[in-house]
Design a protein around this ligand. Structure first.
Ligand code: GLP
Length: 264
């Protein structure tokens, strides 16, 4: 795992956008794993601008989102499908045959979960998976006690997660679905590369537990410590509780791999 600390949220998002652009240039048919949430909005805005300036081409890539609420139709304005259309797919001309999310309105959720896993497998696996950090320390919707080898399945959401996402439902907690379909921790760990983007002081405590704490299914982001190629990009505000801050900065400032990313 590598941890990169940038001065603010804009610079952190910019760096992740550059990582995505570099991966796409090297592999135009990239299989890109996507996340939702407010942190990702800044990243998608940058990727859309890069697309408008012809700096990045998504036309051959395929995408798989981490999760979707259960009980919302794909057209529901609160569904993650709708979120993705609004913030990203519709703006970079990614047609629906190239974009995949679990179907939260499926009648048989076990069959839908298996179908999603086989779609990922048929695509050759995920090359680059983008991740955010939930307040309960989750990745995707892998809530506390999710098995670290779990696959895509239905999961009940914790009150913490539902409260965190209530602002996206007009502040009405009662409107936040109680369950979601999510890629499992094992599904995420199978991706060839993971990039976790975390910004803001509110996440500082959980970020420190996630990257420097012991691996536990109570905080599923800790499983990323097992991933052979995981890059964690954070801003100064989120980094305040990291014990190894000085070392992480030294690596970013000195490792040749990061040279091209130091400017901007
Ligand atoms: C939800 C999503 C996660 C996301 C998290 C963080 O729980 N399922 O994938 O990472 O929210 O959201 P935000 O960026 O809004 O803090």
């Amino acid at each position: 795992m590598e941890i990169i600390i940038r001065p603010d949220a804009a610079a952190a998002s910019q760096l992740v956008a550059r990582l995505v652009a570099k991966a796409l240039r090297a592999q135009p048919a990239l299989v890109l794993g996507l996340a939702t949430g407010r942190t990702m909005e800044a990243l998608y805005a940058i990727l859309v601008r890069m697309h408008q300036k012809n700096e990045i081409d998504f036309s051959r890539c395929r995408t798989f989102n981490l999760d979707e609420y259960i009980g919302l139709a794909p057209g529901d304005p609160h569904s993650y499908r709708h979120y993705m259309e609004q913030h990203f797919f519709g703006k970079v001309h990614l047609t629906s045959d190239r974009t995949h999310l679990p179907d939260g309105s499926a009648e048989d959720l076990d069959a839908e979960s298996e179908r999603y896993e086989s779609e990922i497998r048929d695509a050759g696996g995920i090359d680059l998976q983008l991740l955010g950090l939930g307040e309960a320390g989750h990745i995707g919707f892998n809530e506390p006690l999710s098995a670290l080898r779990s696959r895509t399945r239905a999961k009940a959401l914790t009150p913490t997660t539902r409260r965190q996402n209530a602002p996206l439902f007009g502040g009405h907690l009662s409107r936040v679905p109680k369950r979601a379909i999510t890629m499992g921790v094992g599904t995420i760990l199978d991706s060839k590369r993971c990039v976790l983007l975390v910004t803001g002081r509110a996440k500082a405590h959980m970020l420190a537990k996630a990257v420097e704490g012991p691996i536990t299914s109570m905080i599923t982001a800790t499983a990323l410590q097992l991933h052979p190629r995981c890059t964690v990009v954070v801003d100064e505000a989120a980094a305040t509780r990291l014990r190894g801050r000085r070392y992480y900065r030294w690596i970013f400032d000195n490792e040749p791999e990061w040279q091209e990313f130091r400017s901007a």
